[in-house]
Design a binder for this molecule. Sequence first.
Ligand code: SF4
Length: 504
Amino acid sequence: MGIHDELLAAWRDFNAGAISPAQLKAVSSGFGIYQQRDDAVMMRIRRTGGVVTLGDLEAIRGILAKYAIPYAHITTRQAIQLHGVAPTQVDACLADCEAAGFRFRGGGGNTFRNVLVNPNSGLHPDTAFDVFPYARALADAFYSFDAAYALPRKIKIAFVDRAADRLLAAIQDLGFVAKTQDGRRCFEVWFAGGIGNRPRVAYRLFDALPAEECIRVAMAVTDLFNDHGDRAHRATARLRFLRASLGEERLTALFREYYAQADAKGYPRCPEEALTPEAYPVTALPEGVPPAEGFEDWKAVAADPLADGTFAVRLFVPFGNLTPEQLGRLCVFLRRHGLTRLQLHQGQDLILPRVHPQCLTALHAALLADFPDLDLTLRSYVGHIPTCIGNTVCKIGAADSPRIGERLARVLDAYLPANTPERRALARLLTTEVRISGCPNSCTAHPAAKFGFQCRKLGGQDVLIPFTPATAEPPTLGEPQTAPIAVDDLPRCLLAALGLGAGA
Ligand code: SF4
């Protein structure tokens, strides 16, 4: 039986009126294919570590155009969602996605989810080593590890290549932080954290696990979770609740029992051949182009210096959404300039790795010239305050978080005009550390932000619960504040917190 047979049968039965939306969801959610609030369909394409090639983007553009899908959305978990697929076209669209090499299994439901990798792994001045090959090897091994697709609840895994990004690893069910010890590649392993309902920072399971063991550890955790997770109570089924009921000592001892069976169960180590470093393209941008207006503002927020003297450049995608026409233009742009390997950023943006410093002015000027109607360079904050997709698409959401973010952005534009030192100083913070989630599921990871907000309905009104600031070291999460604020009060509260006066 093929991986998608049951899924395709469920959609066929649903379109024929033979099963209910709930019966459909029981099958389809495990593939990250959901009914939207408007009854169109959202299909989530997994991308390990958010890595996408130009060929992937061209294939997605073709699928959007062929099925008249309104837009693709870059998610906060480094996946790409097709929004607005007609229910009757799910099977054909899935076949085209499969032909392009895209995976859906584990896209949602009680499964092993898309594996995160911090941006620019292996390229930072303070990198331990590139973790992407390990994430890819783990995702490949798990694709056919059936135990990972009928779990009590989801398992989220992340890899980071440096201690500075430890917080990202510490808010997962399982997080791997690269380090070297005695010249050997190792991972510090963080276990049983999470940011949804009753968020909790993970605890340290290993100080220095030999790096090739990461798949075996993840499989042991998966088997443990299958056997001991709480299948009767969905709201308290995640691993962090098992930790709460057993205590860390007993949970660690239990893990060691499962891990001791790794050889007997045939859990694989990371194969050497899977650890080939990623190849990066040579860009074809001209050098020495005079800077266009706004270049310094843009460079301060969009360009990160890398260890080899090049820059990683963030393309700010408004709301994380690209129509078929916009994606087509972007593909032409990327091909023209030799930008063939990209990474999806958790801020719902794209990253171009390794742009030569002499080419930055040309890149900025070309983005302005080729996309006058699509703000990829952060000329405005609109569409660039991280929010989840909100309740116009998501059936769980309490509020329209993108519109709340948009209203905040318009106020920020007025307070922080272009080409001012204040804007330059705050743009990076505002596009990374302000996060608004539409419900406690926390898809923007707002409890791990400096300025996190969660939407709620209170007396029929939309309100926001502000969170106290998270800290990176030691990793700690923000706590919900008891007093919610009115949505209209958000700009004033944030501006006051930023020391910018009473606000609007
Ligand atoms: S945070 Fe809630 S509303 Fe927003 S996308 Fe996630 S589940 Fe939906």
